[in-house]
Design a protein around this ligand. Structure first.
Ligand code: C5P
Ligand code: MG
Length: 191
């Protein structure tokens, strides 16, 4: 299996690039945000539990997201590999992911951070909010909180992978195609 982590702040373009990578490399896209939103839509017990946190732009506890990932890995045993999007969000989650993968003699090959300036992130998320209908995409204060939570709790995850020699940084202020081409170059180097 070939596994990568697509990293970066909210609105950096992770979902957009993941969709293109899925087509090219036949990987399974695991977006914890998408999974949690689906649970909210179903109004499942899990969805009810996480709703208020997500609506404020706060993180769902490690235990819950780690369990979600564990289930999804178990349900996709024959996958060619995974693109992790929006996970790991904390160093604790990154350590758990490594442990889960190691048990199956698997690993993360590469972690790529998509870098976008804050003003641009806010503009992109507000634009997305017009069609996504996501409450957390439609309110400046919540968007700013999500970026703050990213800077404080999530950004240190990049250092965790840097120490393993697996981290690359890609500027994503340009076109989707340009970023995709840089991503492919990095992936093809380690694949
Ligand atoms: O990844 P995405 O931006 O779609 O996530 C949306 C929201 O889901 C986050 O703002 C956060 O509230 C929650 N989330 C989380 N932990 C994750 C992934 C998403 O708390 N690992
Ligand atoms: Mg996303």
């Amino acid at each position: 299996m070939f596994n990568i982590v697509l990293f970066g702040p909210p609105g950096a373009g992770k979902g957009t690039q993941a969709a293109k990578l899925v087509e090219t490399y036949n990987l399974v896209h695991l977006s914890t945000g998408d999974i949690l939103r689906a649970e909210m839509k179903k109004n499942s017990p899990l969805g009810q539990e996480v709703k208020s946190l997500i609506e404020k732009g706060e993180l769902v506890p490690d235990k819950i997201v780690i369990e979600l990932i564990r289930e999804n890995l178990n349900n996709n045993k024959t996958a060619a590999g995974f693109i992790f999007d929006g996970f790991p969000r904390t160093v604790e989650q990154a350590k758990s992911l490594d442990e889960m993968l190691q048990k199956e003699s698997l690993n993360i090959a590469l972690m790529t951070t998509l870098e976008v300036e804050e003003e641009e992130l806010i503009a992109r998320i507000l634009l997305r909010g017009q069609s996504s209908g996501r409450a957390d995409d439609s309110d400046q204060a919540i968007i700013k909180n999500r970026i703050k939570v990213y800077n404080e709790q999530t950004a240190p995850v990049a250092e965790y992978y840097r120490q393993q020699g697996k981290h690359v940084s890609i500027g994503n202020m340009g076109t989707i195609e340009n970023t995709f081409s840089q991503l492919k170059t990095h992936i093809d180097k380690v694949k």
